[in-house]
Design a protein. Structure first.
Lengths: 417, 284
């Protein structure tokens, strides 16, 4: 049958199917070309640099490049007994070169990260190695300090041979690889990063919860009031939304300080004594209060846009069928708002988990988040690879939520204002 | 929200309880902004209400911090404001151009891999700013654009485009494509059609996206902190430094100006949104 069906041709004699496909392809290319400039721009200036962060975070070629001969000679070494003369010779040659280039200080810092005690013996070696005689370097180096004759220190050097390391990621979770290559946690009192991760999650979770609890009633009010009033009240939500983050943080700093308005009020109504004004800023309380107010509009707007679409007759129907208002609300209204709740909560959580400015200003030491630690390493310690590693750990968490958000809400459904 | 006469007492109580809660939340949202206003007119150097201010003594109020903001010799606000405006304007133009064109492509039903491309284009809005800051800093440092206006403008284009893409695609979702086909059938070329038909119809969306991009750039501090040198200081950077070092009332004067600016932007955005809804209502 099919072979007998005549193909439909366009006016210029090309089969319609081919012609349509061609047009379709042309449209596809056209649409893609429109997106291409922005896509290309973002890939070059944004996506690649994030990839660059990944490379930096595992990069460990500094020592690898400083001691090339040593690591080559060490390939044969089994790492049990002290290495052979050739390793010592190679190390001596590498080391002399570093001293000539005045880079031995960097080496000692780097090796000291791996094992404490390298700093002093490298200093000593630099002084003594000027007068080394040719040959038998093993004896001469071991004579500089007894630690140079300790196999543990040579093992520590060998551990720095690979150019790639996951060490920074372990450090971000307060773990490290010990001498025998096992991954273990640092001592209990030095686990600062775990505390920060947990605190970040805790604050993001509770801020999201507070936002939800506060946003639900007002979104409902905005959605059910007549336009005339709701437009006016909407300004209360939108004005903070459009106002500079720093301005809002500044106002909280004024309100929450010890001589501030909130404390004055508490003293005025006799809640606290004048000389016992509570510390509400530079701690977790400050972070909670300020972040909740700042992120509240991001919860109200998605809830509002969902509630706006729910017809009031549904609640009336629920009530007329014998449900009390509470039952009607719980069985009819609430389930319909779940998409809005999902969107608002995920958005709030994503924003809260990466918050930097507000915690840095009102958080003090106990209210700072992981972002502040990243900024600290970028600006103060200049350990950029560690900052990159922590940034990517945070990013992977955010991307999981983003993916969830996309699944549940769909990114094309994000609405602004 | 008047209740019908026959409402039972406990519903009445519940209802007023609900309204009280709403009132409290609205107060929590908006009140902090208003505390800045009176304090910026404080005659003294403190950041709390003096006794004179509480009793509305006119001598307790002054414009000295506004004078200090404008004429203060040590104050970098003039340079900061100039930089902020220049950077924000160029960043807005860039974001609007790139974002609108991309949104046109994304709204086409022929667009391949729409989901994943959209995810990439929106990502600067979702990725925590600190991570964007680190990544963009690495790029700008390599490209030799750190501590230049160009670098900061490019960074703000990255951060601003998602807003333009979102608002313009939203506007285009209600767009009636038959009008462009009609234009084409009447012999108009695509560029002409875009300028004369499409653009005027989606203009409210484009402008409100532009407003978002402007505010994003004007208010952005995290990325700028990584990128800016002394020459490129902006208002947010000055505020950040001021808030960290010492809260001076001059900052409150600046903050008041910023609140006024954001009110103006809010009003414009709202008017545009309503106009856009009206226009789209006609299309349907």
């Amino acid at each position: 049958m099919s072979s007998e069906t005549k193909q439909i041709l366009t006016t210029d004699g090309i089969p319609l199917e081919v012609s349509l496909k061609k047009a379709e392809r042309r449209n596809k290319i056209k649409a893609f070309l429109l997106v291409a400039p922005l896509l290309l721009f973002l890939i070059i200036t944004y996506v690649f640099p994030i990839g660059d962060m990944l490379l930096r975070s595992v990069d460990d070629k500094m020592v690898t490049e400083m001691l090339p001969k040593t690591f080559k000679a060490m390939e044969e070494w089994d790492g049990k007994e002290l290495p052979e003369e050739e390793v010592f010779e190679a190390f001596y040659l590498d080391f002399r070169k570093l001293v000539d280039e005045k880079r031995e200080g960097k080496l000692s810092t780097q090796l000291n990260y791996t094992k404490n005690g390298f700093k002093s013996i490298i200093k000593k070696l630099r002084r003594k190695s000027k007068n080394f005689e040719e040959g038998n370097y093993k004896e001469q180096i071991m004579a500089v300090h007894k630690r140079w004759a300790d196999v543990e220190y040579w093992k520590a050097i060998k551990r720095r041979a690979p150019a790639i390391t996951g060490q920074k990621y372990l450090k971000g979770m307060d773990m490290y690889k010990n001498e025998s290559g096992e991954i273990v946690s640092v001592e209990e009192d030095r686990r600062i990063h775990r505390i920060l991760w947990l605190r970040t999650l805790e604050i993001a979770f509770f801020v999201t919860l507070f936002c939800f609890l506060m946003a639900y009633p007002i979104a409902h009010l905005l959605a059910t009031l007549p336009m005339k009033y709701s437009n006016l009240l909407m300004i209360c939500v939108l004005l903070p939304f459009w106002t500079s983050l720093l301005v809002r943080t500044a106002s909280w700093m004024i309100l929450l300080q010890q001589q501030g308005v909130v404390n004055d009020f508490f003293v005025g109504i006799g809640l606290v004594a004048d000389d016992a004004r509570p510390e509400m800023m530079y701690n977790k309380t400050g972070t909670y209060v300020a972040m909740t107010q700042i992120l509240l509009p991001f919860m109200v707007l998605p809830l509002y846009s969902v509630m706006k679409t729910i017809s009031p007759s549904l609640m009336r129907a629920g009530k007329s069928l014998g449900g009390t208002p509470i039952v009607a609300f719980w069985k009819v209204y609430f389930p319909l708002t779940i998409p809005g709740i999902g969107a608002g909560c995920l958005l709030c959580f994503i924003l809260a988990i990466g918050y930097y400015i507000t915690p840095a200003l009102v958080g003090g030491a106990s209210g700072t988040l992981i972002s502040n630690q990243i900024a600290f390493h970028m600006k103060s310690t200049l350990d950029w690879s560690f900052a990159s590693a922590m940034g990517l750990m945070l990013l992977s968490g955010v991307l999981v939520i983003y993916w969830l958000y996309n699944k549940i809400v769909g990114i094309d459904n994000i609405k602004l204002g | 929200m008047a209740l019908p006469k026959h409402t039972e007492l406990h519903y009445r109580i519940w209802h007023y309880f609900y309204l009280t809660i709403c009132g409290a939340v609205f107060f929590f949202l908006i009140a902090p902004l208003f505390v800045i206003f009176p304090l910026s007119f404080n005659a003294e150097e403190f950041l709390s209400f003096s006794d004179g201010m509480k009793s509305l003594d006119p001598d307790a109020f002054s414009l000295r911090w506004y004078k200090d903001m404008i004429y203060g010799t040590k104050n970098p606000w003039g340079l900061a404001a100039k930089n902020s405006f220049i950077i924000a304007i160029f960043a807005t133009i860039g974001s609007v151009l790139l974002g609108t064109v991309a949104a046109l492509g994304l709204s086409s039903r022929h667009m391949p891999y729409k989901g994943i491309i959209m995810a990439v284009l929106i990502s600067p809005m979702i990725v925590p700013l600190i991570i964007s800051g680190v990544a963009i800093f690495f790029f700008m440092a390599k490209a030799g654009l750190a501590a230049t206006h160009t670098g900061i403008v490019l960074a703000h284009i990255i951060l601003g485009t998602p807003f333009v893409v979102i608002t313009v695609t939203a506007t285009l979702s209600g767009f009636d494509h038959s009008v462009t086909r009609a234009a084409a059938s009447l012999g108009s070329n695509p560029v002409n059609t875009f300028m004369k038909i499409t653009l005027p119809l989606i203009l409210p969306g484009v402008i409100s996206g532009g407003l978002f991009a402007f505010v994003t750039s004007f208010d952005e501090v995290v990325v700028v902190l990584f990128l800016a040198g002394l020459e490129n200081t902006t208002i947010p950077i000055q505020m950040w430094t001021g808030l960290r070092e010492q809260l001076s009332p001059t900052i409150l004067a600046v903050a008041t100006c910023l609140i006024i600016l954001s009110t103006l932007i809010l009003v414009t955005a709202e008017l545009l949104r309503r106009r856009s809804e009206r226009l789209r209502g006609i299309n349907r």
